[in-house]
Design a protein around this ligand. Structure first.
Ligand code: UD1
Ligand code: CA
Length: 452
């Protein structure tokens, strides 16, 4: 039977002490609510209901294209699920309930939980984890036969119950009809005065329905993020998981604790990543590259055999065998060809640089089209901005720009043009010509009258 899912994301997350709604806090660059929704989707569940409330509009925008219901007042997890009652009136079958503040659940786990729920013919399957420090979580109470009886929140737990190390992860799979039937009877009669979803479990048990527990093989997945310490723990765990995936795919990561790869990035095999490298969303790195140390790539594409060190690339493409950095800044709209060299203290913005060209040091190249086998000398600047508008500089194939030149845009250097060092070029240069645009040198002999 097709499964549905409910994702709870209405709570404020008071312990975060934040203006930002908790589900929007990011783990490895992705809002937690999106991580949860992506895993649910990847588990093959298409019918998803998102419960929003605190900062609802913002939360909804982080996961577009999902059904949502508004929980106007946050009266507890049970009350939150109950908001879906009307929308799910005609929905039968299993319903997975997940929280937006448990960002580490894998899609495979959600799938396994659905299968488990079905195999056990259970009214409810509660996903549990045995953890070293159960503080803050609901404890799973089992009877002598090992069957789940109820879930007790930490604040309602008796001292011996607090010793229990098996916790409720907040993820469940319910039979949809029974879920809403039993939600109708829960009360806020507890320490927090909230409607607890967990009370559905004791109701089902009381009436003889099967409640099964699915204990997570990897308890780390259970981590719930209620404060910023847990947020950083989630970050560390997900970071490690992502790095391991790339390492198993054939990428060398010198120190995974200091390598920050966001989900959905691609890295080719035999690429080596040095520490303090940030590989951010939408980035694709080819094979046999050397990346880092101290590199940030955001939506960047690196072909094979790229060497990049101490550099930032934002939405730019770098061709094969090209070297970038140290200390280079490649800004959006830039496409660098293959076998190029972008050296130290070079900024390239919204420009194309064709194959085998070199910009080795101290340059600003903005809004330019640079041909192949061009050499741009140290200290060259495209003066692309007149205070009002941006203008283009065109440097055709095999041009040579002498050091410390200014190219005042709009301007075109035709094929094979040379610019003498120290020139300020304001007019187009014909092909194969030399432009000298600087004052002539005057020597005043004996001007410095020094004794001896
Ligand atoms: C909940 C569970 C606890 C479990 C823990 C796992 C209950 C009563 N407690 O506790 O047993 O060990 O998760 O992490 O279910 N939410 C709403 N509306 C509300 C309240 C909460 O949408 O009115 C959402 C929150 O945004 C969050 C999730 O439900 O995504 C869990 O809420 P939270 O307050 O963090 O519950 P915990 O105290 O952590
Ligand atoms: Ca929580």
């Amino acid at each position: 039977m097709t499964a549905s899912a409910i994702i709870l994301a209405a709570g404020q997350g008071q312990r975060m002490k934040s203006e930002l709604p908790k589900p929007l806090h990011k783990v490895c660059g992705v809002p937690m609510v999106k991580l949860a929704a992506d895993s649910v989707r990847a588990a093959g569940i298409d019918r998803i209901y998102l419960v929003i409330g605190h900062g609802g509009e913002q939360v909804r925008q982080a996961v577009p294209g999902i059904n949502y219901v508004v929980q106007a007042e946050q009266l507890g997890t049970g009350h939150a699920v109950d908001q879906c009652r009307e929308m799910m009136a005609g929905v039968d079958g299993p319903v997975l309930v997940a929280c937006a503040d448990t960002p580490l659940f894998r899609a495979e786990t959600f799938k396994d939980v659905l299968t488990f729920h079905q195999e056990q013919k259970a009214a409810a399957a509660v996903v549990t984890a045995v953890v070293g420090d159960p503080g803050g979580y609901g404890r799973v109470i089992r009877n002598e036969a090992g069957h789940v009886q109820q879930i007790v929140e930490e604040r309602d737990a008796l001292p011996p119950q607090k010793q229990i190390k098996e916790i409720n992860t907040g993820t469940f799979c319910f039979d949809s009809r029974l879920l809403f039937q039993y939600l109708a009877e829960i009360t806020p009669d507890n320490a927090q005065g909230e409607y607890y979803l967990t009370d559905v479990i004791s109701g089902l048990v009381r009436d003889g329905h099967t409640v099964a527990a699915y204990a997570l093989p990897d308890p780390e997945e259970a981590l719930g993020v209620n404060d910023r310490i847990q947020l950083s723990q989630a970050e560390q765990l997900l970071r490690r998981r992502i790095c391991h995936r790339h390492m198993l795919n054939g990428v060398t990561i010198i120190n995974p604790e200091q390598t920050y790869v966001e989900p959905d990035c691609e890295i080719g095999n035999d690429t080596i990543i040095y520490p303090n490298t940030y590989i951010q969303k939408g980035t694709k790195i080819g094979a046999n590259c050397l990346v880092g140390p101290n590199v940030r790539l955001e939506a960047a594409e690196l072909a094979d055999h790229v060497i990049i060190e101490q550099a930032v690339v934002l939405q730019g493409r770098i061709g094969g065998h090209t070297t970038v950095g140290p200390f280079a800044y490649i800004r959006p709209g830039t496409v660098i060809g293959s076998h190029c060299r972008i050296g130290d203290f070079v900024e390239v913005k919204n420009s194309q640089v064709a194959d085998e060209s070199k910009i080795p040091h101290l340059s600003y190249i903005g809004d330019a089209i640079v041909g192949s086998r061009v050499n741009i000398g140290c200290g060259t600047i495209t003066c692309n901005y007149d205070g009002k508008q941006k203008h283009q500089t065109i440097i055709e194939d095999r041009c040579f720009i002498g050091s410390n030149s200014n190219l005042v845009a709009p301007v075109r250097l035709n094929k094979g043009a040379y610019v003498a060092a120290g020139s300020t070029v304001t007019e187009d240069v014909p092909e194969y010509s030399l432009a000298i645009a600087r004052a002539r040198q005057v020597n005043k002999e004996g001007w410095n009258k020094m004794e001896g």
